[in-house]
Structure formats: structure tokens, C-alpha cells
Design a protein around this ligand. Structure first.
Ligand code: ZN
Length: 259
């Protein structure tokens, strides 16, 4: 079995019901705007939270078991050494509280990827600390809500593209556009095109240490992208591609070689 852990920030789903301690730094208009959206998120995710959608999605593959669901408010964000030791692939969805993840937790995730754990960063997780630490760039981009997307496959023999058409039409998706400040991907699999003529490197893989990182752009919180069969297939393929049974016990260190 492939052991999956899902980290969902799990803030936007609850903003209409409660106040989070880190909201103090946000402006009130921004909070009202986000809180008003909680019902839309619930509608898009069939009354559930984003991690529920992702759990059902990856467990459609009978070889996959979701072992842990983690969120921002759990001690150590639910990503302790024990949890990460028990994880082949970590899925990460986050958006408005990226800064609230302690550096220590983000570096622990980075270390586990270098030791062989797979990591899939979804949609607005492009700005999360573990992705920034792993890639070493700002991961900033251009964006606009309320768009649609043509998702083109530019690497059809890649395992993540298996069974996926050359172009997927997403009637509702957020525009993410270049310049996307990432290092050159080791594997580029999908390119998104949007109504304003913008293009975006929507599906990218990087090797980091003994592990792999997959960034996949579709998945705006109020849209139905994760319920589209081709998008589900890509994420399921991604879990299989990232899974590495050689997840090592030891943190990577320099090795002194005697003559
Ligand atoms: Zn979004």
C-alpha cells in the first residue's frame, strides 16, 4: 500500500464560524471577503472540507491508504517525525495562512523529501513554506479569479499523464500565469492556458535529494476541479509516481571517505 498523509490548512472552511488567532494581522475587509466564501467552499466540496475531497480522490486507487490527515491547528501541524516516517506521499493544500506554519515543521517536511518522501503541492500551496524551502525561490506568480482553463499535456509519455487527454477543459478555474518564480522543472508535464492569453507551468516535477516534488495548479477552493475525472486521474498518477519505498531513515549528511 502507498501511505498518504494529507495536510489541509483548514482555515477558509471555518472562517464563517470562528476566529483564528493569526487573523489579528489581516485587514477586516479581507476577513469578511474570505468568510463569505466558506459557504461556497462547502457547496463545491459537497458539504465537506478540502481534505475530505482529497482523501476520497486518492483512495479511489485501491493501492492507496490515507494514514493521516493533518491541519494547521494540530500540534506541530500534525506533521510530527512519527507521521512523516509513516508517509510515502504528502499532499499539501494551503492558501491564506502559509506564514502560520512554523519554520521547524516546514524544514522537517523538506528533510523528509530529501530522504525520499514524495510531496505534492496543490494549487495555492505554491506559496507554502515547505515548497519554498525545497525549491529555493519565491514561487510567486500572477493570478485572477473567475477564469477558465485549457490544461495542455506537453509530456504525454510521463507516468503522471497516463490515461489523460492532450487537453483538459476546466470551465471554472483561477488564472495562474507567468512569471512563476520556480527553478527550471526537471520534468514539465502540463501547461495551462487562460482567457487573457496567459500561460502557466501547471504541472512540474523536481528531484530533491532522494525524493520528488510535484506541483499541480488546478484546485481553486470554490471550484469543482477535483471532481473532474481527468484531474482526479492526474493526482492519482502523481501519488503513484512520487511514492518511493526507499524512504531513508537518516537525514542526508556529508560522508567522509577515508583513503
Ligand atoms: Zn485559488
Amino acid at each position: 500500500m502507498i501511505r498518504v498523509t494529507i495536510f489541509n490548512e483548514y482555515v477558509q472552511e471555518q472562517l464563517n464560524k470562528r476566529v483564528f488567532p493569526f487573523q489579528e494581522k489581516w485587514n477586516e475587509e479581507g476577513i469578511r471577503h474570505m468568510a463569505a466564501r466558506a459557504d461556497e467552499i462547502a457547496a463545491a466540496h459537497e458539504g465537506k472540507a478540502i481534505h475530505d475531497t482529497l482523501k476520497a480522490l486518492v483512495e479511489e486507487d485501491s493501492e492507496v491508504e490515507v494514514r493521516h490527515i493533518a491541519n494547521l491547528e494540530m500540534p506541530e501541524c500534525g506533521l510530527t517525525e512519527e507521521v512523516l516516517e509513516d508517509t510515502d506521499v504528502l499532499l499539501w493544500w494551503s492558501h491564506i495562512a502559509q506564514e502560520a506554519v512554523p519554520d521547524e515543521v516546514a524544514m522537517r517536511v523538506r528533510d523528509h523529501v530529501q530522504r525520499g518522501m514524495g510531496a505534492m503541492f496543490l494549487h495555492s500551496a505554491h506559496m507554502c513554506k515547505p515548497m519554498q524551502f525545497l525549491l529555493g525561490t519565491s514561487c510567486t506568480l500572477r493570478w485572477r479569479e473567475g477564469d477558465s482553463e485549457h490544461l495542455w499535456c506537453c509530456n504525454p509519455t510521463h507516468p503522471i499523464a497516463k490515461g489523460v487527454p492532450v487537453c483538459i477543459w476546466l470551465e471554472q478555474e483561477e488564472m495562474y500565469g507567468e512569471f512563476f518564480d520556480i527553478p527550471k522543472p526537471d520534468e514539465l508535464i502540463f501547461i495551462g492556458g487562460f482567457s487573457g492569453g496567459e500561460v502557466f507551468r501547471s504541472g512540474c516535477v523536481w528531484n530533491r535529494g532522494y525524493g520528488k516534488v510535484f506541483y499541480f495548479q488546478p484546485g481553486h477552493e470554490t471550484y469543482r476541479s477535483y471532481f473532474q475525472p481527468d484531474i482526479r486521474r492526474i493526482i492519482q498518477n502523481g501519488v503513484r509516481y512520487l511514492a518511493n519505498p526507499e524512504h531513508r531513515q537518516e537525514k542526508l549528511e556529508c560522508i567522509w571517505v577515508k583513503e
